[in-house]
Design a binder for this molecule. Structure first.
Ligand code: NAP
Length: 295
């Protein structure tokens, strides 16, 4: 068995993502010698102990990071600035400070200025998740075969980056490093815009008159159902993602709106070739995903 990468790993926030990491760390001894968890609510802290996900839970993030050589922020991204400010004076020299947040420029902006000298700050984002949340929702294999993107600032220590990369590899992830701004643009199109569309379409359906709303539910298998799965995601998490990737999301939404207008024009004028071409492109993208085993 490989030595644990971190002697003491602190997870600040332990819902779907944090508890999946904790479960993976518990399943093998190769990630963390000891796990300390912080969650603001008493209910989550009690549940984490019941599930045996951590050796210790703390109600104070500063106590959770004391003596930790690995610290991962696993809370909604809107909470990162406050968490960073609270833990900064208590971070151990040489520790790696990372996160799993869905936006990355905001993490550089909100956490970066608080990081003390001698602490290795390397933001990250596992592209793995479900629509479920909370410590019961996690599972040890969540990251297997999925990408984790790391967005190290330019002066990042190579050994710290290698250690964090190895952490995610041991979770079963494929790891890539990229620039935070690039990450945010890519994620705006592959994740944030689809969620925005799903929340919107569910709202549109819900606004329909009562009798149509009943039929929406009864006949949902026609396509609507797939949107409802995405739309079942956590409201706080998604509020924070939208507000912290504002520019890229609005840019992708503007492009989408133009393309949707072009489709509307094709429908209005009976341009069947245009419609067929768009559907064919969609099928191609789906086939590509299946080939890459990301479907
Ligand atoms: P989650 O299941 O809702 O868990 C969130 C955790 O953060 C809980 O332990 C919660 O504690 C804690 N928390 C909530 N508000 C907080 C605050 N103001 N300060 C400190 N802690 C707070 O969320 P998740 O799905 O694991 O998401 C966590 C992070 O991963 C987010 O940044 C998200 O963008 C990112 N992410 C999510 C997915 C996904 O598909 N869900 C995928 C990749 C990355 P309590 O239970 O005590 O409230």
């Amino acid at each position: 068995m490989a030595e644990p990468l971190f002697r003491r790993l602190a997870l600040l926030g332990i819902g779907l993502i944090g508890s999946s990491l904790a479960r993976r760390a518990r399943a093998g001894g190769d990630l963390a010698g000891e796990i300390i968890a912080y969650a603001p609510s008493e209910a989550t802290r009690a549940r984490v102990l019941e599930l045996g996900l951590a050796d210790r839970v703390e109600a104070d993030p500063a106590r959770a990071v004391a003596g930790a050589d690995g610290v991962l922020l696993c809370a909604p991204v809107g909470a990162f600035a406050g968490l960073a400010e609270a833990i900064a004076p208590h971070l151990a020299r040489g520790a790696i400070l990372s996160d799993v947040g869905s936006t990355k420029q905001s993490v550089l902006r909100d956490v970066g200025p608080h990081v003390p000298a001698g602490v290795h700050f390397i933001p990250g984002h596992p592209l793995a998740g479900t629509e479920h949340s909370g410590p019961d929702a996690g599972f040890a294999t969540l990251f297997e075969g999925r990408w984790t993107l790391l967005t190290p600032p330019p002066d990042t220590d190579a050994a710290a980056l290698a250690r964090l990369t190895e952490f995610w590899r041991r979770c079963g992830a494929m790891v890539k490093t990229m620039d935070a701004a690039h990450h945010d643009r890519v994620l705006a199109i592959v994740s944030h815009l689809p969620h925005l569309l799903a929340f919107t379409i569910c709202g549109t359906a819900d606004d329909l008159a009562d009798e149509s709303r009943q039929e929406v539910l009864e006949f949902a298998a026609s396509g609507f159902r797939d949107f409802t799965r995405i739309a079942a995601s956590d409201p706080v998490m998604w509020r924070d993602v939208f507000l912290n990737n504002r520019e890229a999301l609005l840019e992708m939404l503007a492009r989408f709106t133009e393309d949707a207008q072009a489709m509307a024009r094709a429908v209005r004028w009976g341009d069947g070739a245009y419609i067929e071409d768009k559907v064919e492109r969609g099928r191609k993208i789906r086939r590509g995903l299946i080939e890459l085993k990301q479907a």
